[in-house]
Design a protein around this ligand. Structure first.
Ligand code: GAR
Length: 183
């Protein structure tokens, strides 16, 4: 069984959806790691303090023999040395995955939904990609365009869009666990 860790910083809706999918398929709980004690999902997760952040995360990943890391709204940039060390440990350069709320390479960085909403765009997107040292630039696994529905409030539209994120990310995890994806 593939051992995964899910890292998150915010509301944790992606982390929750991924965790449920993982448990449904494997009967086990994934390793949940957060750097935000105020997250509604924090009590189900291991909390890593801000200081020595990456060393603490690496320690946990090694201790739990983690093979894949799924970033789910993890709002800190992972350094090249961390990514290199995990690639060595997990024997592959495609073992850290992220979901980003835009059609990359458009709208890299934080608050991509908000920036899309504030622009005159009619659509934006969601991208699942491998994580590389350059932010929001790793190889794309899959991406989908989504309309910006201005008949809703911005927050309603973001909530609706996040449900699409959950579907995309969970479908990927399902394929990964069922062996269809070897990367
Ligand atoms: C999600 O929209 C995710 O795509 C985004 O943060 C949100 C987390 O929501 N990630 C990024 O912006 C990464 N650059 P959640 O905590 O409810 O899953």
């Amino acid at each position: 069984m593939l051992k995964i860790a899910i890292l998150f910083s915010g509301g944790g809706s992606n982390a929750k959806a991924l965790s449920q999918t993982y448990e449904e398929i494997t009967g086990k709980k994934p390793l949940l790691i957060t750097n935000n004690v105020h997250s509604p999902l924090a009590e189900d997760a291991l909390l890593i303090p801000k200081k020595n952040n990456e060393q603490d995360i690496m320690h946990l990943l090694r201790e739990h023999q983690i093979e894949k890391v799924l970033l789910a709204g993890y709002m800190r940039i992972l350094s090249k040395s961390f990514l290199d060390a995990f690639a060595d440990f997990s024997k592959g350069t495609k073992n850290v995955v992220n979901i980003h709320p835009s059609y990359l390479p458009e709208l890299k960085g934080a608050k991509a939904y908000e920036r899309a909403w504030d622009s005159d765009r009619q659509e934006t997107g969601i991208t699942l990609h491998y994580v590389s040292a350059e932010v929001d630039s790793g190889e794309i696994i899959t991406q989908k365009k989504i309309p910006i529905d201005r008949s809703l409030s911005m927050n309603e539209w973001i909530e609706k869009s996040k449900k699409i994120e959950h579907k995309i990310y969970c479908a990927y995890l399902r394929e990964l666990l069922e062996g269809a994806k070897d990367a």
